[in-house]
Design a protein. Structure first.
Length: 436
């Protein structure tokens, strides 16, 4: 039996095969190490092309295709991602296809662009672990070696890690690009703001104050939303240090900016900050009344849980241990119904309930304390103990909550602009009433 002759490749096709094999060998040294680059003296035909393609796990036709054409095909797919971005599912499918093809054919720049898009999309859809995965992949491409794009990617990574409640890891990642320089490009400002938020979420309030002030004191143009977030974060951080006047000043600055452009989700954060100020500085009966009214108006379980956390703080401050235990228990029930939940908020509620139970001589105090300690350790937020009621057996010098409470000497009065927004539906947010 005779077989048809294997047709020889053209000189151009042979050049393209060598270029593609060389690029794949460099990108995948382990997988492609056994496949040598065909020497220029070797005349390739269809049979030898098929053997090389099989060894590399690619199609013979694409292996003999001009690399520029392969790259053009990827660019076209990525352009379609942008065009289809309004139709979420189709854009994600195209971006994933672009990532896979770019990885398959060793075009790391295009792989980075696809991974970047997929990471941002996952973050927008509140899928933080997926976002972390894709952003780390993007950082492993040439996008991670260029300073501006790296800082932008790390800023997104920090936000994803905070959304996943890994606050200490987020802070470590954000500090790797030295955020906080202020006055730089938009990505620099976002990275610096995220860095400040990571400190605040860890409970490192004084450091967060300095970081937020550095952002706001920068010489560059800060996007309006980022500037509002920075003022809100500063207000929360300053309030946690006991400076109620400074917190109110930050709230006033945020409120002035919100008058220029409506951002309903940030309006609720502003109101939550002022409620926290009331918990620290107002007479406890007034603070209790304000919080109970806010709880009755709140729509979402997470927001009610967050408000119960602040109410528990007020009741612990006034040593109303029975009411504090009830507020914590109700907050934990609300949190169980909330989508996503919050390990940090759960830890705060469990700790306050444990303190109340210990004062009341009830069982379960040590169990709640152990769970709270484990959760604080999980999210890297031990600094929050400075604004929580101390354990009954601790000496007066331990912790910082009692010192913070002792600074309260007057009522907090809400400004007209804040009062106007009290009737607005509360949206989900981060514990303590600020948004990273």
């Amino acid at each position: 039996m005779s077989f048809p002759r294997s047709h020889a490749l053209s000189s151009e096709e042979q050049t393209w095969v060598r270029q593609n094999v060389l690029r794949l060998r460099m990108a995948r040294p382990r997988d492609a190490a056994a496949v040598p680059v065909p020497p220029a003296s070797e005349r390739l035909d269809e049979l030898s092309l098929a053997k090389i393609a099989l060894a590399l796990g690619v199609s013979p036709r694409d292996l003999a295709t001009n690399p520029d054409h392969l790259a053009k095909r990827l660019r076209h797919t990525l352009a379609r991602v942008t065009q289809a971005s309004q139709s979420g599912g189709e854009a994600s499918r195209l971006a994933l296809a672009a990532w896979q093809e770019a990885q398959h054919w060793a075009f790391p720049v295009y792989a980075g662009q696809a991974a970047d898009w997929l990471g941002r999309q996952a973050l927008a859809e509140h899928r933080p672990l997926d976002a972390v995965t894709w952003l780390l992949r993007a950082l492993g491409t040439p996008l991670g070696t260029e300073a501006a794009s790296r800082r932008d990617l790390v800023a997104q990574l920090g936000e994803a890690l905070m959304l996943a409640e890994h606050y200490d890891i987020a802070q470590a990642a954000l500090s790797s690009v030295e955020p906080g320089a202020g006055g730089g490009a938009q990505g620099d400002v976002q990275a610096a703001t995220a860095y400040a938020a990571s400190l605040l979420l860890q409970g490192r309030s004084a450091e967060a104050v300095a970081a937020y002030r550095q952002v706001l004191g920068g010489s560059g143009n800060i996007p309006l939303r980022v500037e509002v977030q920075a003022w809100l974060g500063l207000g929360a951080a300053v309030a946690l240090t006991g400076d109620i006047g400074g917190a109110q000043a930050a709230s006033a600055a945020a409120s002035d900016l919100l008058d220029r452009e409506s951002m309903p989700d940030l309006h609720t954060s502003l109101y939550a900050n002022d409620l926290w100020c009331a918990a620290v500085a107002a007479p406890w009966q007034e603070a209790r009344r304000l919080l109970q009214a806010a709880i009755s108006e709140a729509v979402l379980p997470f927001v009610r849980a967050n408000l119960h956390d602040t109410l528990a703080y007020v009741l612990c401050r006034s040593e109303q241990w029975e009411a504090a235990w009830d507020a914590c228990t109700q907050g934990l029930l609300e949190l169980r119904q909330a989508s996503g939940g919050s390990h940090l908020l759960k830890a705060r509620l469990l700790w306050a309930r444990a303190v109340a139970a210990q004062h009341l001589g009830r069982g379960g105090a040590l169990t709640d304390r152990e769970w709270a300690e484990d959760l604080f350790d999980l999210v890297g937020a031990w600094g929050h103990w400075a604004a929580l009621p101390p354990w009954p057996d601790d000496p007066p010098s331990a912790g910082g909550a009692h010192r913070l409470l002792d600074r309260a000497d007057g009522a907090v009065h809400f400004g007209e602009r804040v009062v106007r927004r009290q009737s607005q539906p509360h949206g989900p947010g981060t514990p303590l009433g600020f948004e990273p």
